[in-house]
Design a protein around this ligand. Structure first.
Ligand SMILES: [Zn+2]
Length: 72
């Protein structure tokens, strides 16, 4: 299920998962119970810039020049 980001005016941002078919525009804040608006974000793209991107880089690098193993 995709993760959506919501912003509560009182408590700040939080994430919630919803099925594609029922994408809500608003969600109740889990902290205060108030209305929280859905944010338009590229959450999956932004996470790619950090640890996941480094892991992909490392995998590509070791595929071309694998680490030398000196001992069994
Ligand atoms: Zn709240």
């Amino acid at each position: 299920m995709p993760i959506y980001e919501f912003r509560c005016t009182q408590c700040g941002d939080f994430e919630a998962t919803h099925p594609m078919s029922t994408t809500p525009k608003n969600q109740l804040c889990p902290v205060c119970g108030g209305d929280a608006r859905k944010l338009f974000s590229a959450a999956n793209l932004s996470t790619l810039n950090s640890s996941r991107a480094r892991a992909i880089d490392r995998t590509a690098r070791t595929a071309e020049t694998p680490d030398v193993v000196n001992a069994p």
